[in-house]
Write a new protein. Sequence first.
Length: 369
Amino acid sequence: LAFLLGEKEAAPQMPARRSCAAQQRSLSLLRHAVLLCVPAVRLLRAGSAAFAASRGIVQAPAVKSPFLAGDRHHRSLATTRPRLRASAKAEDASGSSTGTVASSLNLAKNLVGSGVLSLPAGVAAFSSSPAALGPSLALLVIAAVISAYTFYLLGKVCQDTQTATFGSAWERSVRTGKWVPQLVCILECLGGSVVYAMVLGDVFSSLLQGFGALPALLTARSSVIAFISVAVLYPLCCLRSFAQLAKFSLLGTLATSYVVMFVVKRFFDGSYAAGGMFYKPFVATVAASQSLVNPQMLVLVSILSTAFLVHFNAPQFYNELTPSQLELSETERNGKLRRFSTVAMAGFGIASLQYALVMVFGFLTFGQA
């Protein structure tokens, strides 16, 4: 290659049977062909570096080739690694990593949704006595502790295996069956997306119908669900980081807190009590004297089992927690794991408090209604 670029002293001796003219023509053609390839190689190199920088990938250094010796802007790839690492750090600083508070808010909002209002019905399923709140709260605490601890364990597994996804952590731990957790996560998230699309479709369809001036096609439930799925849910599913959702998670947590406070308010103002403005007589189907421990308690257990279901996001929560790099020193890893345990306790703690308030005051207000 050095010979083709003009360093003729590095060229080997050509066979004597080839004429000098033919030799010169061949070398000239080869040299021009090589020089025409140089811009393409430069373009590919720049494109690969830009792609790697956008993904935070650190490229391994390559051997400097005399093929690109004529490039005035050639830099050895020894300087590429710091540049790509700097790009990765800049990306982390721009939003791919989150702090403890932001992660806690994201986790709390990830847990608490519209399903919180079904908790009083879970208590009423096995008893109409206020004494049922004791074992119900005990089940809530047990479910919260187990869920928070297993959520923390998933982060610890990601740290020990130096992985960033559920499937990779499973593969390095169990070695086989990587598709099992991936399929479970896909089906669970798909089911959740369908459920929330239905809830949002019902809410916004009713709101749009209240305007009265819009065509029936636009206010139809199916049209609203299709629009929300395409314009809202799908773009949110394409986000690669939870960092952008921190502010909205705070807003969502405040919204669910408002719902909780409203449930508490309705209990104390007696709106649904006898003589209240919303009171309607209701005949209980479960006797108050029935044993508090009965098979119907499993209804509440099933609700609680999904109330704290957020573990499919545990690897992402852990890896996005500052610092978000996979390769960390022992001190950094231990510090990050302690912060992750704080995130788990705070997120599950906020959710448990809201669950408990809705469960207690919702049941005391409505009973089995």
